[in-house]
Write a new protein. Structure first.
Length: 492
């Protein structure tokens, strides 16, 4: 059946209005603001009758898949502090990718054993860690769910960097296999366990695409008129901008199927770009510090700019910097998830979708305000990505506001926190990891190389892998290896 929407596309929620605010004397235009929060404690959509605050909700047993990561670790601590029983599940693949990319978190993160024991000591709360690959160890995952009988599973455990997912065919395939199989394993295991587990998944704003909506992006669903005049409510059309974002679109189709077929209770959080480093919990002890990615694959734009300014290197604005994106602070990530946990959809209700964002900003506006604040230079460089050079972005986020979220906005001085962290650990930074070295296609690569970016990078392989490959091809003969390297360099 063709479900091309007729011109009538009605977002579920009404339109919020833009406003502007002054940051460090600079005018910026956050498009989604707190004033829209008119009804605190309104009912959640989707069958959950009365909104419950995380503090007053029942204490739950929660599996946090991907709980060693940038969002997962502070969220685990936050939930634990609220009194929930938290079990972290992670295969440490993010740490292994650091080895592959020959890069590391700017902040000196501790091993999982040290992290968990530090939290137990600081908080007196129990917390456990299970090392398990969600995408490849189905039986162990099922066993864990059956044994622990969680009330909720929070699913962060995916390869989350768009640039890494576009680096080469190996990384594209890994991202699809890991993310789609992982999500499917969670769904199948919950069904097989026979337990009533609420699944909360971290999705992305990027499922909607950028610049195609032509108005406010609703929270997940739109009403359309199908050919023949029939009315329907469908998922907002998916329009991913990378292999990574495409996996989140595939995830949401899996959720829709499992909700329809097995009446699973699922919440999908379409989160914007997360910025910041620490939360009240990670600040309690140096051993609890959160990770901070600054490299061109995993570092996200605002944290990268703040890091670059601390290092006194130019801010890397891709293209014109006219890309508008949605942002949320790491403290609000944890808060939103706790709200979602406290307000699950009823069994049988459609997949609950929230837009998990605080505000929107244009990349060049962010660069300008940081430059103004710190005196950093700005450098517009060729865009390694295949994306719209300029786009508008207006996003509905009323569901979380109605459930009591008071978003942290950039203007609240928290940029200083990131700048302080960046300055404190800047000696740990490898400057060679700052310029982009993943390209969306050959044309983007060529253009960037003509611009002088990333001449040494061969894209699909890290230097260590390339070295190992050449050594193996030349069977250890140094002369043959040098010849092979010359051929590789001349064709790169
Ligand atoms: P991250 O890479 O820091 O953390 C992900 C964690 O999942 C890592 O610790 C990794 O080791 C683990 N993991 C990956 N695959 C696994 C598997 N198969 N089995 C077990 N563990 C596995 O990423 P993050 O920034 O914390 O993001 C967490 C989630 O939030 C992701 O799904 C991401 O798509 C989503 N998200 C992140 C952002 C952001 O700006 N960071 C924004 C929107 C959405
Ligand atoms: N950009 C620059 N300069 C940089 C880095 C990025 O101009 O040095 C630009 C990019 O071209 C892009 C924008 O900034 O237009 C955002 O890039 P990003 O790397 O900060 O964010 P993105 O790739 O979109 O991915 C991040 C997370 C991902 C999450 C997504 C939310 O890594 O896990 O899903 O944000 S969203 O973008 O809303 O889909």
């Amino acid at each position: 059946m063709a479900f091309v929407a007729a011109p009538l596309i009605t977002p579920h929620a009404a339109t919020s209005r833009s406003s502007s605010s002054s940051l460090f004397g600079h005018r910026v235009t956050p498009r989604v603001v707190r004033q829209t929060r008119s009804v605190v404690r309104a009912s959640a959509s989707n069958g959950a009758a009365d909104a419950i605050t995380p503090e007053e909700g029942p204490k739950k047993r929660i599996l946090v898949l991907g709980g060693d990561g940038f969002c997962g670790w502070p969220t685990s601590l936050y939930l634990s502090e609220l009194g929930h029983n938290v079990i972290i599940v992670d295969n440490l693949s993010r740490r292994k990718i650091d080895l592959e990319l020959e890069c590391d978190s700017l902040t000196p993160i501790q091993s999982m054993t040290q992290r968990v024991s530090a939290w137990r000591g600081v908080s007196g709360q129990d917390m456990r860690f299970v090392m398990l690959d969600v995408a490849r160890e189905y039986d162990r995952l099922l066993d864990l769910i059956v044994r622990e009988k969680p009330d909720s599973i929070i699913h962060f455990a995916e390869q989350r960097a768009a640039p890494y997912s576009m680096k080469g065919s190996r990384q594209k395939r890994y991202t699809v296999n890991n993310n789609v199989c992982g999500t499917h394993n969670v769904l199948a295991a919950v069904v097989e366990s026979g337990l009533d587990v609420h699944i909360v998944h971290l999705g992305t704003m990027g499922v909607y695409g950028y610049g195609t909506s032509g108005g406010e992006i609703p929270e997940g669903y739109i009403d359309v008129i199908l050919p023949g005049g029939r009315q329907s409510t469908i998922l907002h059309p998916a329009y991913p901008g990378s292999v990574y974002h495409a996996t989140k679109c595939l995830d949401q189709t899996l959720f829709q199927f499992y909700q329809k077929n097995d009446a699973l209770r699922i919440t999908d959080l379409h989160q914007g770009i997360v910025w910041g480093t620490n939360t009240d919990q990670t600040l309690k002890d140096e051993r609890l510090i959160n990770r901070f990615d600054y490299d061109s694959d995993y570092g996200t734009v605002l944290n990268r700019f703040l890091m670059q300014s601390a290092l006194d290197v130019p801010l890397t604005v891709y293209g014109t910097g006219g890309q508008t994106r949605a942002f949320i602070h790491i403290k609000d990530t944890a808060r939103c998830i706790s709200i979602a946990i406290a307000n699950p959809p009823k069994s049988g209700a459609q997949v609950e979708i929230f837009n998990q964002i605080a505000e929107t900003h244009r990349v060049r506006d962010l660069a300008n305000l940081i430059a103004k604040k710190t005196g950093a230079q700005i450098k517009n460089i060729s865009n390694p990505r295949n994306e719209s050079a300029e786009n508008e972005l207006e996003v509905a986020n009323r569901k979380f506001l109605n459930l009591g979220l008071e978003p942290t906005l950039l203007e609240e001085g928290l940029l200083d926190e990131v700048t302080t962290v960046a300055a404190k650990y800047k000696d740990r930074c490898d400057k060679s990891k700052i310029l982009p070295n993943s390209f969306w296609n050959k044309a983007r690569r060529r253009e960037c190389e003509e611009f002088g970016l990333s001449a040494s990078d061969l894209g699909a392989y890290s230097m260590a892998e390339e070295e190992a490959m050449l050594l193996s091809l030349s069977k250890g003969n140094v002369e043959t290896m040098q010849k092979l390297r010359k051929v590789l360099e001349s064709t790169a």
